[in-house]
Design a protein around this ligand. Sequence first.
Ligand SMILES: [Zn+2]
Length: 215
Amino acid sequence: MTSDPALSGLTGSIIHDEIVPARAPWLHHVAAGEVLRIVDLEGNQAVDFLIYAAADDAERYSAQDTVAAQGNLFLRTGTMLLSNEGRALMTIVDSAVEYHDTIGGACSCESNTLRYGHHTKSQHACVDNFLEANLTEGRGKRDIVSNINFFMNVPVEEDGTLGIVDGISAPGLTVDLRAEMDVIVVVSNCPQINNPCNGFNPTPVRMIVAQNANA
Ligand SMILES: [Zn+2]
């Protein structure tokens, strides 16, 4: 039996291990103390990410609170991902990529047509994935808030302009998130093909949940 490098450093038993196909949505409940590892299997794949408190999904990820609390726009190892109630939903406990984005937003048919032209209207987009996954638990459009973009590189230029540029991720790189309370994770494995956020070629990612012996 060969050991799987994607599991290295995880402690406790592996309780979930799933490949999310390119362009697909994903929803999973992660209990307090468990660690979710996202593996960017082929590199430069944006993983659009929302978090809801399982006990009451009116409490959800807040980019504003997270950025304000840490005084920095980028999400790195050690960042606490805060809710709209100011409580920690998850913590980035390890990241092989220097930083992740939370200001670039999720792609939608509407933003695609504005940025890239009307011919992109029928292309699949992250907002569709978020809706599809959320609808399975009764959440709708109003429940989609500003999200995290793991493995996406959105630098801020000197004049304040946001760039969406070539990724800083690479095949096999990972980010580990420890749940600080019972949470619902909703993901869109970004289908965008009009900018470099997915290297113009959306690819699968792997989601591994470990029980975390250190919890
Ligand atoms: Zn997207």
